[in-house]
Design a binder for this molecule. Structure first.
Ligand SMILES: *Cc1c(COP(=O)(O)O)cnc(C)c1O
Length: 456
C-alpha cells in the first residue's frame, strides 16, 4: 500500500460521470410512496403536479444502476468538486489510536454542506422542463441556501419556506439566500391555507420542517410553472448524493484502502445514503463487507426508537405516505435541540436496509456531539456543522475502542458541512447552557400512535 497523503484529490477526468442508484442492487426494494387518498402506489401522473418530470422518473426507477450525470451538472460540480477525502492524521495522533481515520469533507462550498450536490441537479431538471421556479422548505437553512445558489445559476425563481424558529435565530442564513435571489418566508405563514390552519390550531408555534413542507407543496401545486423540490429523504436525492460515495471510493481505491467501517450522520438520510451507496452496492452484491453506521441525535431518534411504518412526510398530511422509520409526523424535537437532523422520518431506502440488518444505527446526546466537534476542530482545523459532528462523535468513540483493543481499523466518516451559522449553538455549549433532552417513551408513543393506519 502506498503512503496516503493528507488529502486525496481526484483529477477532473476521474470524477464520476454517472450517479449510482443503490436500489437497483437491493433485493428488498424500498416500499413505494402511497397516495394518501387511495393508499395505492403513487404513479408518475399523480406526482407530476408536485415534482419535476425527470426527477419523478428517477424517484420511481429502481432498476437502472447507473444514471448519467448531465454535462451541465458535471460542469457545475467542477466548481467545488471533487471534495477532498482527508486522512485525519492529526486526529489519529491526538487520540493515540491505531485506527486509520478518513473523512469526506462536503463543506467546501458557499452553502456549506453536501446539499448543493442535489440542489444543482434538481434546479437543472426544473429548468430543462421549462419551469419558472421551485418552492421548498428549509430548517436550519443549508438546503435553502444550496437551492438558492442552484436556482440563481440556472435563472429560476426560488421560494423558500423557512421554519420560523430558524428564520428568527439564523438571520444570516436568510440573507445568504437573498444574496442568491431567493424569497424567504417564515413558516407557518398566513400565505397558505395549510399555514393558516396550523397557526389557528397552534397559535405562536415556532414551526417545524413538516409544516414548512406542507406550505411549499401547496404553493407549488397552486402556481402554474412551479414545482416543489426536497433536499433529503427522497430516492432522487440519495441518487444525486451518490457522487459523495463514488468519489470516496475512487479516492480510496487509488491507494488500495478498503474501509472497515463507514459512518455518517442521518437526518433524512441523504448524505449517508450517498456516502455508503457504492460500498453498500458491493455488500448487496456479495463482493465485499463493510460495517455501516447511521448516527442520529438522541433527541430525534427515528432509527433507534421509531417505528417502521407508513407515515406522512409533512405535518399538513398532504404529501404521499412513505414507509420508513418514523417518530410520527407530529413529532417535534425539543426546542433546546440545536444540532439539526430534526426530521421525524428517514429515507425509505435506508429504512429498508436498516430493517434488513444491512446497517446499524446509534443515537448520541448533543453535549457529547459538541464535545466531539470541538475536539475535532482543534486538531483538524475545520469548524464542523453540528449535524456532521454526530458522525465525528461515533468515529472518535470507535477510534478510542481501537486504542483499547489495538485494532487497526480503517474508519471513513462523512463530514457533511461547516458550522459558521451554528455559533449560537456553540455559544450555548461553551456557556454550559446546553443539555441532553431525550424524549420519554410516553412522548414518543403519542406521535407514534397517531401514525396513519395503513394495511397492505
Ligand atoms: C442537511 C444536513 C444534514 C442531514 O441531512 P441528510 O439528508 O440526512 O444528509 C447533515 N449535515 C449537514 C451539514 C446538513 O446540512
Amino acid at each position: 500500500m502506498k503512503d496516503v497523503p493528507y488529502k486525496i484529490y481526484l483529477e477532473e477526468n476521474e470524477m464520476p460521470k454517472a450517479w449510482y442508484n443503490l436500489r437497483a442492487d437491493m433485493k428488498n426494494k424500498p416500499a413505494p410512496l402511497l397516495n394518501p387518498g387511495t393508499l395505492r402506489p403513487m404513479t408518475a401522473d399523480e406526482l407530476a403536479p408536485v415534482f419535476c418530470d425527470e426527477l419523478i422518473a428517477q424517484e420511481l426507477d429502481e432498476t437502472t444502476p447507473m444514471i448519467e450525470i448531465p454535462q451541465e451538472i458535471r460542469d457545475f460540480y467542477k466548481m467545488y468538486r471533487p471534495s477532498p477525502l482527508v486522512r485525519a492524521y492529526c486526529l489519529e495522533e491526538k487520540l493515540r489510536t491505531p485506527a486509520k481515520i478518513y473523512y469526506k469533507f462536503e463543506g467546501n462550498n458557499t452553502s456549506g454542506s453536501h446539499k448543493l450536490n442535489s440542489a444543482i441537479a434538481q434546479a437543472y431538471y426544473a429548468k430543462k422542463q421549462g419551469l419558472k421556479g421551485v418552492t421548498t422548505e428549509t430548517g436550519a437553512g443549508q438546503w435553502g441556501t444550496a437551492l438558492s445558489m442552484a436556482c440563481s445559476y440556472f435563472g429560476l425563481d426560488c421560494k423558500v419556506y423557512m421554519v420560523k424558529v430558524s428564520y428568527e435565530q439564523k438571520p444570516f442564513r436568510r440573507e445568504v439566500m437573498r444574496v442568491y435571489g431567493a424569497s424567504v418566508v417564515p413558516s407557518p405563514s398566513t400565505e397558505t391555507a395549510v399555514g393558516r390552519k396550523i397557526l389557528e390550531a397552534h397559535p405562536g408555534t415556532t414551526g417545524s420542517l413538516g409544516c414548512a413542507i406542507s406550505e411549499a407543496v401547496e404553493v407549488a401545486t397552486t402556481h402554474p410553472g412551479y414545482r416543489y423540490v426536497l433536499g433529503s429523504v427522497l430516492n432522487q436525492v440519495l441518487l444525486h448524493q451518490s457522487v459523495i460515495g463514488l468519489e470516496t471510493k475512487a479516492a480510496l481505491d487509488k491507494y488500495g484502502v478498503k474501509p472497515d467501517m463507514i459512518i455518517g450522520c442521518a437526518g433524512g438520510g441523504s448524505n449517508l445514503g450517498g456516502l455508503i451507496a457504492p460500498f453498500m452496492g458491493e455488500k448487496l452484491r456479495g463482493e465485499a463487507d463493510y460495517q455501516i453506521v447511521a448516527v442520529e441525535p438522541a433527541s430525534c431518534p427515528s432509527f433507534t426508537r421509531g417505528k417502521f411504518a407508513y407515515d406522512f412526510c409533512d405535518t399538513g398530511m398532504i404529501c404521499p405516505l412513505a414507509k420508513m422509520y418514523t417518530l410520527g409526523a407530529n413529532f417535534i424535537p425539543a426546542p433546546n435541540h440545536a444540532g439539526g437532523l430534526r426530521f421525524h422520518g428517514m429515507s425509505t431506502t435506508l429504512s429498508q436496509l436498516y430493517h434488513d440488518g444491512l446497517m446499524e444505527a446509534r443515537a448520541v446526546p448533543q453535549v457529547k456531539v459538541f464535545e466531539a466537534a470541538e475536539e475535532f476542530a482543534r486538531v483538524e482545523g475545520i469548524l464542523p456543522a453540528p449535524e456532521s459532528s454526530h458522525a465525528i462523535r461515533v468515529a472518535i468513540d470507535e477510534a478510542l475502542k481501537c486504542k483499547e483493543t489495538g485494532e487497526e481499523k480503517t474508519i471513513v466518516f462523512g463530514l457533511t458541512g461547516t458550522g459558521y451559522f451554528d455559533l449560537t449553538a456553540y455559544q450555548k455549549f461553551h456557556d454550559g447552557l446546553m443539555d441532553d433532552y431525550i424524549p420519554t417513551d410516553e412522548e414518543l408513543a403519542k406521535s407514534i400512535e397517531a401514525l396513519p393506519k395503513v394495511d397492505l
